[in-house]
Write a protein that binds this ligand. Sequence first.
Ligand code: CMP
Length: 423
Amino acid sequence: MHKGQMPRRKVMWEVVTVVVTIYAAIEIPLGMVFPVIRNATVLIVELLLTGFFAADLVYRYREARAQGPEARARYLKSWIWIDGLATIPFGTVIATPFRALRLLRLLRLVKLLRVSSAANRLKNVQIVNPSVVRMAVLMFWILLTAHFVAVGWIALDAVDPALVGSARYLQAIYWTSTTLTTIGYGDLTPVTAPQTIYTIFIQILGAGLYGFVIGNIASLIANIDVAKTQFREKLERINTFLRYRSIPADLQTRVNDYYEYLWNSIRGHEEATILDELPLSLRTQIAFHINSEIIEKVPIFQGAGEQLIRDVILNLQATVFLPDDYIVRKGETGREMYFISRGSVRVVSGDEQTVYATLTDGQFFGEIALLLATERTATIRANDYCDIYRLDQDTFNRIIERYPSFAEHIREHAEQRRQEMGL
Ligand code: CMP
């Protein structure tokens, strides 16, 4: 199991907690305005709920204890009260003739505070788009609010007395929806003073909620693809600059094509900038993850040991070359070698009249100058867009020194290529 990832068992427990809490949040208020049925099923459900809440308390305590004495102390100071009070089965099992005491059942609802934090953790698991989670949580709170408001309306005896059971609830929820959405048909209106005061409150709440929801949805939509928005803004800045500097039109097009490629291939993420912000340990892990793709593609790495791969991976730098770009020029001093992740390049003579070879995914070049400390023996140009990884000379030398069999492999390749060129 990867460190930091939630074990399945924990995820299951979170899910069950959320489901049970939501059930309680719906059922408890209803139990206050509708006559409580006391049959065996209800009692069993209540006992199960109580058992669950007790188990949850023990679970949370043990979780906190496992995290260390500080977390344990924090739990004993705060959440244990909430979890403890939620466990006591006021109202049904502990029957009380006083209506006010039944209100104590509402204590179970404080567990709802955990729903949002559970949803937050879900966001981190990355299975679902965080914006979608936010939207779902928002909807959940709105629906739950509507439920409470409707129950309040029933509690104030505002519903038509002729209606019974679910019809009562339906009318109450209808009143709630017309009031909360500020539509207010006015077909159901308050009669008594408490009902009127309640209505005023709900109207004000509705207006606020309406604004809140609209604002939230607007920001959600804006945030669904922040990367794209930022990328577009960046491109706009670049184009302004290009125009201001009167860069030739075809060069401008090339720059734009490059960014389009960047967006399509790696979503325009500036790896280097993002990685720079991270602490070394995280950066290492991420580099490992990103670059392991190229390791899988390159045949000469296949038999290599893990240590070698680690050494290489951490020092690879991803770059992009555009069609016809010069990657290496004959006669230059070589300071790095290259691995092709995607794309194809041609190896040509200095005058570009002879094509020695075409290299594609998984192949490498630029090793001769490094191995023999000579000038580049050929020119290399990109045939199309190429994702290429660079390995600097220092790392190359270190690796050649440390891993003789790998060095031997590269030497063979270099020797063969030199022969092909007639050197
Ligand atoms: P280097 O001399 O550093 O730079 C040019 C590169 O072209 C060279 O290393 C080799 O990696 C590559 N190269 C040269 N000749 C061939 C060939 N015949 N086939 C494939 N690659 C070659």
